[in-house]
Design a protein around this ligand. Structure first.
Ligand SMILES: Cc1ncc(C[n+]2csc(CCOP(=O)(O)OP(=O)(O)O)c2C)c(N)n1
Ligand SMILES: [Mg+2]
Length: 325
């Protein structure tokens, strides 16, 4: 990745990080309706993967999906307004944090049921194959999803049919409060299962945007060429608790400290310096990110609530990017 692209990716990650912090503060102010699962710390996975995808590829995310929505074209304002149940939100204020969806850009949804979207991604890949479009489907999911039946069913069918789908596990070491290592017999909960289904299983530093981009680009090329699906386990760490006001007190201080030192933004900044980018350019990117998110917060706060008359609209899809009302 050259310096210009890396600076763009850095700025995207900075926007996501600041949006997540804003979501946290808005939640504590009582302005966010429902719960939130913040992805601060996971930015490089969404931004790195998206950098390797085509604009018409399909992405499926979990309830921890703000970063994927933004990496696939949703604005901070659309996301924050959705969290605050405003009419200008990504889903008209009716979906909330756990259901961010932007079908027009291939962001085919955030799913609250752990593992439920993996078979859906397989279906999207099957559809792409039947239509001969060359599109890819990517399912992002947590380490906990690897112990759910749907994960195993999806991997098996995708491999048997050699579908153009990538499974990307965001292994942040924890499910809600339980360490994945306490309930899984293998060391790498996703990658170590891949060979059982005949898929390549790789791991990558999920906090390194360049490494994620390179790994996804390679596996995507393979899948598009008809060589079948692949599984990528991206190692990362969440900065906040699992959801809402969880202070994540169950995590050892030494572990938290070690991971905070391995921050995706710091790593990208280090790479930028190595590529000879002046610190001033990076600070300018930070300043732009700060302004974009500050404006988004104000706009979302000022936006109206949805009209109650729209309660029964936009709840039924016709199979395309348009919603039936
Ligand atoms: C089928 C199902 N079981 C349980 C839950 C409750 N639940 C929500 S998030 C979560 C933890 C999932 O952890 P992981 O897959 O590692 O994702 P992370 O939250 O760490 O991103 C659980 C158990 C659920 N939503 N769906
Ligand atoms: Mg997890």
């Amino acid at each position: 990745m050259d310096a210009a692209e890396l600076l763009t990716r850095y700025e995207q990650m900075a926007v996501i990080r600041r949006t997540e912090r804003a979501a946290h503060d808005l939640f504590l102010s009582g302005l966010v309706k429902g719960t939130t699962h913040l992805a601060a710390g996971h930015e490089a996975i969404a931004v790195g993967a998206s950098a390797a995808l085509r604009d018409d590829d399909y992405v499926f995310a979990t309830y921890r999906g703000h970063h994927h929505a933004m990496a696939r074209g949703a604005t901070p304002e659309e996301c924050l307004a959705e969290l605050m149940s405003r009419a200008t939100g990504l889903c008209g204020g009716k979906g909330g944090s756990m259901h961010l969806t932007k079908a027009s850009t291939g962001m085919l949804g955030s799913y609250a049921i752990v593992g439920a979207h993996l078979p859906m991604a397989v279906g999207a890949a099957w559809s792409a194959r039947m239509r001969g479009t060359g599109q890819l489907a990517v399912a992002f999911f947590g380490d906990g999803a690897t112990n759910i039946g749907a994960f195993h069913e999806a991997l098996n069918l995708a491999a048997v049919w050699k579908l153009p789908v990538l499974f990307v596990c965001e292994n942040n070491l924890y499910m809600e409060y339980t360490p994945i290592a306490d309930v899984t017999a293998v060391a790498r909960p996703a990658a170590d299962r891949a060979s059982a289904y005949g898929l390549p299983g790789e791991t990558v530093d999920g906090n390194d945007v360049v490494a994620v981009r390179d790994a996804v680009a390679r596996l995507a090329r393979r899948a598009r060429a008809g060589d079948g699906p692949a599984l990528l386990e991206a190692e990362t760490y969440r900065h906040f608790g699992h959801s809402r006001a969880d202070p994540a007190a169950y995590r050892p201080a030494e572990e938290v400290e070690r991971w905070l030192k391995h921050d995706p933004l710091d790593l990208a900044r280090g790479r930028l310096v190595e590529l000879g980018v002046a610190e001033e350019r990076v600070s300018e990117a930070d300043a732009r990110a700060r302004d974009v998110v500050a404006r988004a917060v104000e706009a979302a706060k000022a936006a109206p609530a949805p009209d109650p008359g729209t309660a029964l609209t936009d709840v039924w899809a016709d199979g395309g990017a348009a919603w039936r009302t």
